[in-house]
Structures are given as C-alpha cells and as structure tokens.
Design a protein. Structure first.
Length: 432
C-alpha cells in the first residue's frame, strides 16, 4: 500500500493530501456560496458554473503562473460569450455576474495558494454585496447631489485633511492638538452620516426605527420633526414614545462616544446612572406601547449631517467646549467642567461628551470627572426636548406627561450618580 501511495503522490511534501483536500474544499464552498446567490437571483450562471470556476482557480494555483493567467483568460472569454449572447437575445449585459465569476476564480487561486482566510472572507463579502442589489438600487435611486457631496467631503476630511494636521499641541498651554481634535470631529460626523444613510434606507419602516436613527443623527432635529409630523397624522401617543426613543438613542450614542475617546474607565463610571435613565425611558415606552400603534410608517426629513458649514460649526463648538472645559477643570476642578458640560449639553450633547472624553484621554480630567460631565450633558439634552415639544401646538397635550417622565429619568440618574460617589468615598466602590 505504501508503494501505491507513493505512486499516487510522488512529491507528498509539495502536495500533501490533507492540505490539498482542504484547499479544494474551500474553493468548492466558495463556488457554491456565490453560485447559489446567483441562481436564486435567476441568473444564467449558477451553482455549477461558479463552483467550476473556483475549482479551476485552485487547480491552476498548483501549476505555473502562466496557467493561472490562462485560466483567467478562459473565465473572461466565458463571461464575454455570456454577454454577447445576452446582448443578442435580450439587449442586456450581465456585468455583475461576469465580475462575480472572475472574482470567484481569483478566490479559488487564493485558496490554492494558502490564503484561506482571505478567500473565505472575500467570498462572504462578494455574496453579501450581490444580495444587496435592492437596497443599493433604493439608495442610489434616491441619492441627492447634497448627499453625494457629503460623502466626498467625508473622504476629504478623513483622508486628505486629517494626515496634514500637526500631531502635537500647537499652543503653550496644551489646549489644542489639531489632529486628535479633528479625528474626534471626523468620528462623530461619520457616525451621524452612517445613521443618516440607514435612516434614508429604513427610516420609513416604522416610528421606532425612525426615532432611533433620527436620534443618532441629530436628536434635536429629530424631536422637532417628530413633534411636527406625528401629531398631524393623529399619532399623538406615538409622539411621546418616539421622542423618548430619540433620548434613548442619544444616551447610547453619548456612552459610546465616552467609551471610544475616554476609555473603558470613564464609561464604567457613567454606566450605572445612564443605565438607570435608560431603564426609566424603557418603562415609559413599554407602558405607552401597549396602547400605541407602531404599524404606521413615518418618514423623517432630516438634512445630511455632513457639510462644510455643519462640520465647521460642530468643530468650533467642540473646540470651544474642550478649551473652556480644560481651563475650567484646571482652575475650578470638577465643578468647572460640569458647568461647561451643562451649557454645552443645551447646544450639542455629542460635542460636549466628546470634549469631556478627550479631556480624560489627555489627562486633563479624571475618568470620574469625564463620566460626570457626560451624564450632566445627557440630562440637559433630554430636558431640552421639552421646549421643543411645547413649541408645537399639536404636541402640547403630551408635554406634561413627557416632562414628568423626564424629571423621573433625570432624578434616577442623579440618585444613582450620588449613590455611586458615596460608595466610592466610603471605599465600597473603586473610583478611577
């Protein structure tokens, strides 16, 4: 038996059977995965064609580079034949399927060369992109010039401007570090733009999703839009639920910003009070949702958060809060930072939270101080929804109810914050 095995595999070190079987299996799985998606999409090339293309790729990888080129040429010729036939019969071009076929061949080659992770990841991403055709059509069909300009500006801000900024303090008082400040502005703007895109795609799927995504983009603008749209549609009860969902989104976003820029220590300090506020908001939502109807669709008409003027305003506000917060913390301690955060929360809780988190990262504030600043600015932002609601005549009947629950929410947050501070002073809870 040993003799026959050596005849079958004369160079076992170069092509070990177990490793070869693994590479062939991965290539076959890749072809099946992409092929099933194409077949489910009613395309001419399906499971067998894509599986064979992947197998051709892995087999040519065992041979010379010239054979790999020959294999790719063969796949390209097959794709050309497919498109010529479709042009003659249906006047259409199977560009996506042709590209997917060539990608499948390359993924097979990668699998044969031992890049198994790259091949599998590429196959999953390819299949995912192919399956998103309806979503991409919906997105591109409704993309405006402003939104395209916003995406280009985001790339300009991130890949051109940011690397050119100095990566050190540019003033003798150590108040401004341009590159890190710009990175903070860029991250917050990117989060807002991503949620804006999600809002455009899925924002008409119900009040809840619209409120959450709108709150992540711009909670103030979302509250104004909801307070205008829902009562006019006879959805007064749902208005309170939607406004509370924007508060929930704002709290989650601020806690995420504190974690990203301030670190886990600051986030842990802020978690208990914010979790208490979220629990109160969830209770209100649960009580109201039993009688509310969330099956109606609502569309929020929010502007893109990315523009030169908006990013400039946010950046200037962020820098002012960070500079005054740094000076206030140095001169007045925690009280000074809380005052700045209180004022900043009435304008932009995202910029105030990011500024406080940056102070923690720079060592100008402790994790506890940064957490308290984020909590205070979030409370102020939640309370700022009340005058926005009151300005809308049709929403005034629910202002009293929202005000009571907002007061409870803030009260629970303050209580848990004071309890946390007391336990830390008593040595029962570790303070960072």
């Amino acid at each position: 038996m040993q003799h026959y095995a050596e005849l079958l595999h004369p160079d076992g070190t170069q092509f070990p059977p177990d490793l070869t079987a693994l590479k062939l299996g991965v290539a076959l799985a890749i072809g099946l995965l992409i092929g099933f998606e194409r077949q489910w999409s009613n395309k001419e090339f399906g499971v067998r064609t894509f599986s064979l293309s992947a197998m051709l790729g892995v087999l040519t990888s065992f041979l010379s580079p010239a054979m790999q080129v020959t294999g790719m040429v063969g796949v390209i010729m097959l794709a050309i034949m497919l498109n010529v036939r479709d042009i003659l019969e249906t006047k259409s071009v199977e560009g996506t399927t042709s590209a997917a076929l060539m990608v499948t061949f390359v993924l097979g080659v990668l699998s044969g060369q031992g890049h198994v992770f790259t091949a599998i990841a590429g196959a999953i991403l390819t299949t995912w992109l192919l399956s998103l055709k309806p979503q991409f059509r919906a997105l591109t069909g409704g993309v405006t010039t402003e939104e395209m300009r916003s995406a280009l500006l985001l790339g300009l801000f991130g890949f051109i401007i940011w690397p050119l900024l100095p990566n050190h303090f540019v003033d003798p008082w150590h108040l401004l570090q341009p590159r890190q400040a710009w990175l903070t502005v860029l991250v917050v703007a990117s989060i807002g733009f991503l949620n804006y895109i999600l809002l455009r795609l899925y924002g008409s799927k119900g009040v809840t999703l619209s409120a959450v995504l709108g709150g992540l983009v711009n909670s103030t603008a979302a509250v104004v839009e909801l307070a205008t749209t829902l009562p006019a549609a006879g959805m007064l009860r749902e208005t309170g639920v939607a406004v509370t969902f924007t508060t929930v989104a704002m709290l989650v976003r601020n806690l995420a910003l504190l974690t990203i820029f301030g670190g886990n220590a600051a986030a842990q300090q802020a978690f208990l009070p914010m979790a208490g506020m979220l629990a109160v908001a969830a209770t209100y939502i649960w009580l109201q949702r039993r009688a509310a109807d969330d099956q109606k669709d609502v569309a929020l008409n929010l502007d893109s958060p990315i523009s030169v003027s908006k990013v400039s305003r946010f950046g200037i506000l962020f820098l002012l809060i960070q500079i005054f917060g740094t000076l206030a913390t140095r001169w007045l301690g925690s009280e000074g930072l809380l005052v700045v955060s209180f004022i900043g929360g009435a304008v932009s809780s995202a910029s105030s939270t990011a500024a406080a988190a940056n102070l923690v990262a720079h060592g100008d504030a402790s994790a506890t101080q940064g957490a308290m600043a984020a909590i205070v600015t979030s409370m102020v932002s939640a309370a700022a929804n009340l005058p926005l609601l009151y300005r809308q005549d049709q929403a005034r009947p629910i202002v009293r109810s929202i005000a009571i629950w907002t007061a409870i929410e803030i009260g629970v947050g303050i209580t848990l914050l004071l309890l946390q501070v007391h336990l830390q002073h008593a040595g029962l809870l570790h303070a960072r």
